[in-house]
Design a protein around this ligand. Structure first.
Ligand code: 5AD
Ligand code: SF4
Length: 460
């Protein structure tokens, strides 16, 4: 089965985009994004297609004629936020019927959410699924011509291979940081996770297309490039992931190549060797563990044990001593006991993570875990969350203290949210410093003090 959208179809979409010019001229479009980096990248691709249709892309939804909400379904909290964002536009639509509102992303892909949107959010004009991005011109044409609400959805992407489209434009948010998808979807079916249902089966872009995109980014001055996928280690677009990383890291000049996310069962020694070997490959490994207890890992369908995870983490730390190791942990998975949670705490101590993204388990409709008995009370979940945060704060502080007195190379992010001049190290640690360095330029900083999640220093 050919999973690549035919070039002819891409050309057809581009012709539709061109034909919309007169209708769209002078109009603005805004894409609002929730969720992960994959969604951020999808939004940049959606914005690229909208720009091709003739829209001016704006961040201000108030002045936009077209608003697209790109949603996330990973936890209930994300869904509530996206729905409440959609709710904000009720009044706007009542005042001006010509404003078009669309909703897409992982939530839109789920039948029960679409039903809810259809019933309770009558001002949402259209929804489209996670494999429809190349059809944006057709979707916009339908939205402008039709008086009825409509949807562009592949009903069961998890039963299909899914598709890949190349050749549509991308409208990137940053001039120096970029996402490059290498594969889409996930085949792992971790028992708590909605992603395989919302994004379909694993499929990889061709190596030549990925390398060409990274090369063109490097040539146009991008300095921080992240290869993206739900499980990058099962990349299979003409070589393995380690080889893809080494090709993308050796295109000339100083830039950082990152990747995310890796499944511990698939993170290969060759990949770890590539991080050690190539200076351009960032010294940061995000390796979600989820739990430190074997029974819970089994219930989660993670397909590795505590010992196997520890071995992998130690191999990384030995081969790349300057590595920053970060992880995801779910606490209060159904039936998790205090003792089993204590195994997670002890694993955290053994590994010494630089940062942990901790989540309280959130049941997702349609997943195996949502049907499990033994859901944990919220108060217990909150206690576990706090215990993990407290432990991690002290571990992260200890690791960051080791940077005091050292020089770190930072890629400047200009002025941060708190008004400080800031940048990031190869480990992806945030550094605040004393002088302005233009965004996207490298500088050396001598570190003088450290917090658990920030380093402070002076430009050399
Ligand atoms: N509940 C809580 N956290 C979840 N994650 C994925 N699904 C759930 C869920 N149902 C977390 C995992 C994953 C991260 C992206 O989100 O830790 O690695
Ligand atoms: Fe979800 Fe597991 Fe796939 Fe990650 S590897 S996207 S947690 S199913």
């Amino acid at each position: 089965m050919n999973i690549f959208v035919e070039n002819q179809e891409i050309e057809r979409q581009k012709a539709i985009a061109k034909s919309l010019g007169p209708l769209v001229s002078g109009k603005k479009a805004c894409v609002i994004t929730f969720g992960c980096q994959q969604n951020e990248n999808d939004s940049e691709r959606i914005a690229g297609a909208l720009a091709l249709c003739g829209y001016e892309i704006t961040k201000e939804s108030d002045s936009a004629d077209l608003i697209i909400i790109n949603t996330c379904a990973i936890r209930e909290h994300a869904e509530i936020r996206a729905l409440s964002e959609a709710g904000q536009f009720k009044g706007r639509k009542e005042k001006d019927r010509s404003v078009k509102i669309g909703l897409c992303g992982c939530m839109a892909q789920q039948a029960h959410r679409r039903e809810q949107i259809y019933k309770s959010y009558p001002y949402v004009d259209f929804v489209f699924g996670t494999d429809m991005h190349h059809r944006i011109p057709e979707i916009i044409k339908t939205a402008l011509e039709s008086k009825k609400r409509f949807s562009f959805i592949t009903e069961k992407p998890h039963n299909e291979f899914g598709i890949i489209s190349e050749g549509m434009p991308v409208c990137r948010e940053s001039r120096y940081k970029a996402w490059v998808p290498v594969m889409y979807g996930c085949n792992n079916f971790c028992s708590y996770c909605v992603v395989p249902y919302a994004r379909g089966r694993e499929r990889s872009r061709n190596k030549a297309d990925v390398v060409a995109e990274v090369r063109s980014l490097v040539e146009s001055g991008y300095k921080d490039i992240t290869l993206l996928g739900q499980n990058v280690n099962s990349y299979s677009g003409g070589c393995d992931f380690a080889e893809l990383v080494s090709e993308c890291a050796t295109l000339g000049g100083e830039y950082r190549l990152r990747f995310m996310t890796s499944h511990p069962k698939d993170a290969s020694s060759e990949l770890i060797d590539a991080i050690a070997e190539y200076p351009n490959v960032a010294k940061h490994f995000h390796l979600p563990v989820q739990s430190g207890n074997d029974r819970i890992l089994k219930l989660m369908n993670r397909k590795y044990t505590r010992v196997q995870y520890l071995e992998k983490a130690m191999e990384i730390k030995e081969k790349v001593p300057e590595i920053s190791l970060t992880t995801d942990i779910i606490c209060a998975f159904p039936t998790e006991t205090d003792e089993e949670f204590a195994d997670t705490l002890s694993l955290v101590e053994r590994v010494g993570f630089d940062m942990i993204y901790t989540f309280i388990y959130s049941p997702r409709k349609g997943t195996v875990a949502a049907a499990m008995d033994g859901q944990i009370e919220r108060s217990v979940a909150n206690e576990r969350f706090k215990a993990l945060s407290d432990l991690e704060n002290s571990i992260a502080q200890g690791l960051n203290d080791q940077f005091i007195g050292k020089t770190v190379r930072v890629l400047s992010e200009g002025i941060g949210k708190n008004g400080a001049f800031c940048g990031r190290t190869t480990q992806n640690k945030i550094v605040n410093f004393d002088k302005y360095v233009p965004e996207g330029e490298f500088a050396d900083v001598s570190v003088e003090s450290a917090g658990a999640y920030v380093l402070n220093g002076k430009i050399i």
